[in-house]
Structures are given as structure tokens and as C-alpha cells.
Ligand binder design. Structure first.
Ligand SMILES: Nc1ncnc2c1ncn2[C@@H]1O[C@H](COP(=O)(O)OP(=O)(O)O)[C@@H](O)[C@H]1O
Ligand SMILES: O=P(O)(O)OC[C@H]1O[C@@](CO)(OP(=O)(O)O)[C@@H](O)[C@@H]1O
Length: 742
């Protein structure tokens, strides 16, 4: 049996009781995974250990792990902050008995002060001298403030709550009929190819090229046209709408009059200068622009239903939790906390730009006004693309000055944009010395809150792969025809950075350590609190680089689709049933080698029936995947709405994103409830087939395709077509299969 004990945190042993080992307070969120493809009888992996939570070394109270896929077992738990040391071991226990238990070989595993001691070694179980079973082990421990943890978890759980619709189990696996071998569908790949149709243009562009362009370039200042490298300019000078933003500057929120207890929101549209006075009377949280018969802000009419790019606002264009958090921040938080700077830190080729772009996409999709400032792009525009490794030497004063100068310019641009209402700036550079970071901290004083996000990778193979990707993608090497010469130059550049690199140890930070290698990664969090930082940590904890497809499809045509009626819960038409068969065939072929894939549907029968015949994969019903709730219009045709409620019809037409159906939902509401689905799709390592609805799929697709919020309600989402999103190490790619005409 395991040995060891749990020590309660004794403040006296820390001198003055400083929370030195507490890493900024908070609870320890521990996630354990074990993987083995050879299953042994009905033995279930358990965890037991030194604290009551994990059974106090009593095998009958050990915590069972849950099956995540056929070969993967998982368990998460939260250790209260007053446990300094936690010892534990893995245990194999029969499903329905307490004995015999087989404890893993070797010494106890241990968390001390929130950190795993030693490495996450394999879990080895010895049945007898010749019979040994090994499990791969993955252990993550993150410090999360109790508040953020509770908020994230509640939101997550609420959306995962099982439905009670129709009494159908929410998770089911219909096994393959006897004699059917899932791996036997040979030579079928060609069949799939015949259904391929062109996807909307999704050029694979190096993420840095899509980032912000220096303001001085837009307005003809320090970055003269002569400085500009053609490679960067051709991709990314912002559209005129963004430039227009600076023409009308909304006063800083603190300068506005706030009657006690009232909160003013500008999130519902563009301000029209002559109506500026009205904003002083606006008292509402973004709740949609429809339903005049229901209570509506007196000011809503003074705001043009925009959602268009360039609309100026100081609150996110979002609903629900996002809007509520923004209001709370304005009421309670210090002014600078209303703006958040995520400052990347890390050696070159550690995934900083990749992570920055992904986070930008996620935050924008949630409705936060977010911009990505890539300092490499600033440098290229100012100093050209052909800087050799010497430019990056720590002992090259000119190089250092030039790099600090562009970093300061970008920081200036970012804080100026924040003062105009921008919410989250992502500052993407190596920022590899504390001197540079101090410069940024000083520049941000009183303007925004800084959180450092450090990406650390110790896996030589991944670094090697990243370097090769860099030579292929980065504009720095676009003019270098000789791959080997580029490679050697980049290696020298890396050496120069490594010589002076200082890991982050100051302020608020998130460290992502080996998060992509697939084993033993961890996230360390220091001094992080608040709604948005909490969401960011939650998002980063769940993302990884394992390539896998996500298949999105609408249900087969329903009886209401045939009659052009919205909403409802009707079964499939004949056409719809045919699609269900074709989809089944498609999934069997496309996922023939995927043992751990799963099928997600909504709780409405048109999606359940569409997926009904697919066998061999777990099916999960999500309420969050139900179609937009059309409220009092459910079951009507668009024509009927137009005729009977012309005002409502027009309101929706004017601003389909924010329009909330009376007693129903808006697209913004749908996006909010889909957040747990996105997090889960990011977290999954195996393929997922999502069978859902038009509005829901528009919102999900927009996240992956990085489409702006205002476009979401208008994205084409045809019936009987599968959109395959391929999640890969360089980003997201798309394929479309049209199985039949709609
Ligand atoms: N957390 C990470 N650790 C290591 N590699 C990563 C990480 N995230 C993404 N990558 C990989 O690193 C590659 C290069 O990333 P990039 O963002 O250009 O690096 P950087 O900005 O640090 O120079 C990406 O294409 C991706 O495959
Ligand atoms: O937002 P719009 O464009 O109205 O699209 C959403 C509508 O699509 C429909 C079909 O018209 O989805 P679904 O096919 O899932 O039934 C309606 O139920 C839903 O209200």
C-alpha cells in the first residue's frame, strides 16, 4: 500500500505566513489521464492517496477514473489550497468489488506546493512476474482561483446537463451488428472524393501577416512607405472601416456621467455623432434589439443596429456572461483593468504567434474587441525582411535598439487603441528579457493590465519541426531560396536568444509548458483572477495540437424545412431520410480507422434521426446544439412573420446578429451557449461529427473559419453538405462534401 502523508499548510513554517509557496493562492486543479490499448478484464483504474478526497490510502474509498475513450481514462479533482503535500498512486480495481486491487509499482507520486514532483512516469502494474501492464500517464496541475474555477465549472456543467427530452439517453453507443468489421471498408476513399465541392476560399496564411499594421503606416508617419516590405503590405493593411474608427472617438468611460447604480452600455451599435447626448441616458445591457413589446432600453433606438466592422464601443458586442462581466468590470474594477494586454514571452519557434492568433480568434468570437500586434511584422515593415541572425544578438546595440523601438511603437499603438475602446490586446514578441518586459510594464501603467503568457517547449523534436515550419512560412525567409541556409540562420538566431533568455517570474503570468507534446504538459498560473483571465486560462488548458477532423453537418431535410417553417421539432422528410443513409455511409468510410470518434447531436429529433443509423461510435446529445430558439415565432414561416409582425421582421433584417426573438434567442445568445461546445471540440483529440442546425453551425463554423461576428447570421450553411474542419499543427483547413442536392 502507498505510504506518505498530507501536511496541512502551516503558516508558521513560512516565517511571516507569506503565501510564498501558494503561487498566488487559489485551488489546485489536478487532471490525471492514463492510456492503454490493452484492456485487462473489468479492472478500472482508480486513484488513491494521502488526503480524504482521494481515500486517505483506503482502497475502498479510492476515486474511480472515468473512461474518456476506449483506451483513455481520466480523473480531475480540486485540491483545497491548504494542502501543501499530496501523495497518491494509481490503482486497478475490479468494477464491482473492492478486491483484489493492484497498486502501481514504484514510489508514491507527489504534489508539493502545487507542483508535481519528479516526472509523470508510466504507471506499471504487476499481476505476476510475467504479466505486466503499462499505462501512459498524463498529469496536469493548474492553480485556479476558487472564484474562476467555480464560474467556469458552473457554466460548463450547466451546458452539459443531460436533457430530459423524449426520455432518450443522452449518451448512447449502438454497437456494430455482429459480423460487421469497421475496418473492412477498403478502397472507399475515392468514393468520398467524388462528393468534394469547393470550400469558400481559405488561404493558408502565416498568422503574423494577418496582425495589426502600424498606425504610423496607416497615417503616413514613422513607417514611411519606403520602409515597407512588399511581402507584408500586400496582405494586411486594414480595411477602411478600421481607419474610420479614429474619426469619432467615444469619450473615455470615466468621463461619462454615471448615475449611481446605473451602467451605460455602448455595445449595441455604432454611435452617431449628433446623437451623442443620448448615450448619457442609455441604461441597459446588450439584450438584443428586437421585441418592442418587451421592455426595451430608451436608448436602443439611438444606436444603429450595426455589428459592422468599425463600430466603436467600449463593451464587448456580446450577450450573457460576457456582457455581465464587462458591466461588473466597469462598476468594480480599476480603470486599467478594463483593458487587458496578453504579452507573449518565449524563444522563437515556440508557438507564440500560433497561440496569439488562436486566442484572438476565440476572444473575438466571444465578442471581445481583440487585436493581435505582431512585433515581427512591425520590424519587417520598418527594417525589411532580410535581417540576418546578427541583428538579433544581445550584444548588438543597434539591433537591440531597433528591436526595442519597434516593440515600443507597437505597445504605443496598442494602448492608444485601448484608450479608444479596444478591450484585449495581444502583444506577440519574444519579450525574452526582464528588461524588455519592464519597459512594457512601464508603458502600460494606468492604461491596461498585463498578463504574460510564456510558451515553453522542451521537446527537441517539436522544436525542430517548428523551425522547419518557420523557414517555410515566415516572410523573413521568403527571399531565401536555399532552405539549408535559412535553417542555419534561424538556428543562429535562436542561439542568440537563448543566451539572454530569462523566463518570466514577475507579475501575473500563465506559463504553457510542453502543452503540445501530448504527454506531461502543464499550465502554471500566477496571480490570475477575473472573468476574462479565467476564461483565457480555461481555453488554453484545453487546447492542443493533435491533428484531427471535425465534421459539421446540418440534419437531413425536415418536414418544417419542406414547408419553410422555422424551428419546431419535426421528423425528417423523405429527402432527409436519404441524407441520413448517405451520411451514415460517409461517416463509416471517412472514420473507418478512428476508434475513438464520437457523434454529437442536438436534442431535437431531426438531428437524432439523422445520426440514428451511424453505429459503433458514442452518440452524445447536447442541449447547447439545439437550433436558435425562435420564441413566439416558432413554427411560422418567414412570410407569416413579415405579414403579421412587420416591425419584428424589419428589426431582424436590420441586425440579425443582435435581434432576439420575443421569448427566444439572438445569434449572440447562441454563441454564448456554444462556448462549452467550442472548448470541448478544442479539448477532444479524436474526430467528432457534429449534427446540428443552421444557426448553430453558422456560429461554430465562424469560430473555426475566423469569420467576424457580424457575418455569422449570413454564412451559407447548406443542407446535405459536410464541412470537414481539419485541425492541424499549422492551423485550420477546410474541405466540403456535398452528398446530395438540397
Ligand atoms: N505551445 C506550443 N509549443 C510548441 N510549439 C507550438 C505551440 N503552439 C503551437 N506550436 C507550433 O509551433 C509552430 C511555430 O509557431 P509560431 O507561432 O510561428 O512560433 P513563434 O511565434 O514562437 O516563433 C506552429 O506552427 C505550431 O505547430
Ligand atoms: O437565422 P436564420 O437565417 O433564420 O436561420 C435559422 C433557421 O434555420 C432553420 C431552417 O429554416 O433551421 P433548421 O434547418 O435546423 O430547422 C430554422 O429552424 C431556424 O430558425
Amino acid at each position: 500500500m502507498g505510504s506518505g502523508s498530507s501536511k496541512n499548510l502551516d503558516t508558521s513554517s513560512h516565517g511571516s505566513g507569506e503565501e510564498k509557496d501558494d503561487h498566488g493562492g487559489g485551488q489546485l486543479y489536478v487532471s490525471l489521464k492514463m492510456e492503454n490499448h490493452k484492456l485487462k478484464g473489468d479492472l478500472v483504474p482508480h486513484v488513491y492517496g494521502s488526503v480524504p478526497l482521494v481515500g486517505s490510502w483506503d482502497t475502498s474509498k479510492a476515486l474511480p477514473m472515468e473512461r474518456e475513450s476506449t483506451s483513455m481514462w481520466e480523473l480531475s479533482f480540486v485540491v483545497p489550497p491548504n494542502h501543501e503535500t499530496l501523495d497518491f498512486k494509481f490503482l486497478l480495481k475490479p468494477k464491482y468489488n473492492n478486491v483484489p486491487c493492484i497498486e502501481e509499482e514504484g514510489s508514491n507520486r507527489q504534489f508539493m506546493g502545487g507542483k508535481l514532483q519528479g516526472v509523470a512516469r508510466l504507471a506499471v502494474f504487476k499481476f505476476n512476474a510475467d504479466d505486466i501492464l503499462e499505462y501512459q500517464v498524463l498529469i496536469k496541475a493548474d492553480r485556479v482561483s476558487p472564484f474562476d474555477l467555480a464560474a467556469s465549472w458552473r457554466a460548463y456543467q450547466e451546458n452539459l446537463e443531460p436533457s430530459t427530452v423524449r426520455g432518450i439517453p443522452d449518451v448512447s453507443i449502438n454497437s456494430l451488428p455482429d459480423g460487421v468489421d469497421k475496418g473492412s471498408s477498403t478502397s472507399l476513399d475515392l468514393d468520398l472524393e467524388q462528393y468534394l465541392v469547393p470550400a469558400p476560399a481559405t488561404p493558408v496564411v502565416y498568422a503574423a501577416n494577418l496582425t495589426e499594421t502600424p498606425r504610423s503606416l496607416k497615417h503616413g508617419g514613422a513607417f514611411s512607405k519606403g520602409d515597407v516590405s512588399t511581402k507584408d503590405t500586400c496582405v494586411s493593411v486594414d480595411p477602411p472601416a478600421t481607419i474610420k474608427e479614429v474619426e469619432f472617438v467615444v469619450p473615455d468611460p470615466p468621463k461619462l456621467f454615471h448615475p449611481p447604480g446605473m451602467v451605460e452600455s455602448k455595445s449595441a451599435g455604432t454611435f452617431i455623432p449628433q446623437q451623442k447626448q443620448d448615450i448619457f441616458r442609455a441604461i441597459f445591457v446588450d439584450r438584443g434589439v428586437g421585441s418592442p413589446r418587451l421592455v426595451k432600453s430608451a436608448s436602443a433606438d439611438t444606436l444603429t443596429g450595426s455589428g459592422k466592422p468599425g463600430a466603436k464601443r467600449s463593451m464587448p458586442a456580446a450577450a450573457g456572461a460576457v456582457a455581465a462581466a464587462a458591466v461588473a468590470d466597469q462598476m468594480l474594477g480599476p480603470k486599467e483593468d478594463m483593458h487587458l494586454a496578453i504579452v507573449l514571452v518565449g524563444l522563437p519557434a515556440r508557438g507564440k504567434t500560433f497561440t496569439a492568433a488562436k486566442l484572438t480568434r476565440y476572444l473575438r468570437w466571444l465578442g471581445h474587441d481583440t487585436k493581435h500586434f505582431n512585433i515581427g511584422k512591425y520590424r519587417r515593415l520598418k527594417h525589411g525582411t532580410n535581417q540576418s541572425a546578427d541583428f538579433f544578438r544581445g550584444d548588438n546595440p543597434e539591433g537591440m535598439e531597433a528591436r526595442n523601438e519597434v516593440a515600443a511603437l507597437a505597445m504605443d499603438d496598442m494602448t492608444t487603441w485601448m484608450q479608444e475602446g479596444g478591450q484585449v490586446g495581444i502583444f506577440d514578441a519574444t519579450n525574452s528579457t526582464s528588461e524588455r518586459r519592464n519597459m512594457l510594464i512601464k508603458m502600460a501603467e494606468g492604461k491596461c493590465k498585463i498578463i504574460f503568457l510564456e510558451t515553453i517547449c522542451n521537446d527537441r523534436q517539436i522544436i525542430e519541426r517548428n523551425i522547419r515550419l518557420k523557414i517555410q512560412q515566415s516572410p523573413d525567409y521568403a527571399d531565401e531560396p536555399d532552405f539549408e541556409a535559412g535553417y542555419q540562420d534561424f538556428k543562429r538566431r535562436l542561439d542568440n536568444y537563448e543566451k539572454i533568455y530569462e523566463p518570466v517570474n514577475e507579475g501575473s503570468y500563465i506559463k504553457m509548458i510542453d502543452m503540445v507534446s501530448g504527454h506531461g504538459g502543464q499550465i502554471q498560473v500566477n496571480n490570475i483572477s477575473g472573468y476574462l483571465p479565467g476564461r483565457i486560462v480555461f481555453f488554453l488548458v484545453n487546447t492542443h495540437l493533435t491533428p484531427r477532423p471535425i465534421l459539421l453537418t446540418r440534419h437531413g431535410e425536415s418536414l418544417y424545412n419542406v414547408r419553410s417553417r422555422i424551428g419546431g421539432d419535426t421528423p425528417l422528410s423523405g429527402n432527409g431520410e436519404l441524407y441520413a443513409k448517405k451520411l451514415t455511409n460517409f461517416v463509416e468510410k471517412r472514420l473507418k480507422n478512428e476508434r475513438a470518434a464520437s457523434i454529437w447531436t442536438s436534442t431535437l429529433q431531426r438531428t437524432i434521426l439523422t445520426a440514428n443509423q451511424i453505429v459503433g461510435f458514442p452518440k452524445i446529445q447536447w442541449r447547447a446544439l439545439d437550433e436558435i430558439n425562435a420564441g413566439v415565432f416558432d413554427g411560422m414561416t418567414y412570410e407569416e412573420v413579415k405579414k403579421n409582425m412587420p416591425d419584428e421582421y424589419e428589426s431582424r433584417k436590420r441586425d440579425k446578429l443582435r435581434y432576439r426573438y420575443p421569448r427566444g434567442e439572438s445569434y449572440l445568445d447562441v454563441i454564448q451557449r456554444l462556448e462549452p461546445v467550442i472548448i470541448e471540440l478544442e479539448r477532444q483529440r479524436a474526430p467528432v461529427v457534429v449534427v446540428s442546425h443552421q444557426a448553430v453551425l453558422r456560429a461554430l463554423y465562424a469560430y473555426f473559419a475566423d469569420r467576424p461576428l457580424h457575418e455569422i447570421p449570413h454564412i451559407e450553411m447548406p443542407l446535405h453538405t459536410i464541412i470537414e474542419i481539419q485541425m492541424g499543427v499549422t492551423g485550420v483547413q477546410e474541405k466540403r462534401y456535398k452528398l446530395m442536392d438540397s
